[in-house]
Design a protein around this ligand. Structure first.
Ligand code: GDP
Ligand code: MG
Length: 203
């Protein structure tokens, strides 16, 4: 029941977002991008969003229930203002059924893994296949999070995925505020670049 309600809610937010793109963007906002976070539980997805959007870090682990949606404006060029709508869902497997509505209309995705836990990168193919089956090939950035702690994953094994998916790989710490803003900026620029080369109309 809860799953059905949440799925219905995701669909409503997507519909509302689409309307918003068409009707309600102020003149000085050129683009609106939906970003999603993928990855196993406790890798730091919620902390990365919190660091970027609110410049805060909560040390206590509170598992995300359902989905939180955050909004942040970003100025990437002198005259280009982008509204980022960041979706943060629970990474737990029980929520697998929700992912389709979660992924709809996504402009770019972060796959986050925890540098101290090698098992958090093992299922990356499943995550990316599930995403691309809904969105097609969209900009994707790998975030190796918690780099303030000692790493337990070899660079070589990460590089294999970077080459396979031809993605950027950024080493972050939500705790120490390392490369978090850079990751969002890079993502936004990449979405803009691709939307321009594909000659799609600005949203
Ligand atoms: P999520 O389940 O992927 O959303 O993970 P959370 O953001 O809830 O983080 C899980 C746990 O990891 C929390 O205790 C966070 O405080 C901690 N954490 C998140 N990012 C970092 C980081 O960059 N460094 C360290 N040391 N801990 C982090
Ligand atoms: Mg979370």
């Amino acid at each position: 029941m809860a799953i059905v309600l949440l799925d219905e809610w995701h669909s409503r937010v997507n519909t509302w977002l689409n309307q918003w793109r068409v009707d309600a963007l102020p003149e000085n906002i050129a683009y609106l991008f939906k970003l999603v976070f993928l990855g196993e539980g406790a890798v730091g997805k919620t902390s990365l969003v919190g660091r970027y959007v609110y410049d805060s870090f909560e040390g206590d682990y509170l598992a995300t229930i359902g989905t939180d949606i955050h909004v942040k404006m970003i100025q990437v060029e002198d005259d280009v203002l982008v509204k980022l709508v960041v979706w943060d869902i629970a990474g737990q497997d029980d929520f697998a059924q929700l992912r389709k509505a979660y992924y709809q209309n996504t402009s770019g995705a972060f796959f986050v893994f925890d540098t101290t836990r090698p098992e958090t990168i093992e299922r990356i193919d499943e995550w990316i296949d599930a995403l691309f089956s809904v969105t097609g090939p969209i900009p994707l950035v790998l975030l190796e999070n918690k780099v303030d702690l000692e790493t337990a994953i070899s660079k070589k094994s990460i590089k294999a995925f970077v080459d396979k998916y031809e993605v950027d790989w950024i080493r972050t710490s939500a705790k120490e505020d390392t490369n978090v803003e850079e990751a969002f900026t890079k993502m936004t620029i990449e979405i803009l670049r691709r939307s321009r080369t594909q000659r799609r109309k600005p949203i």
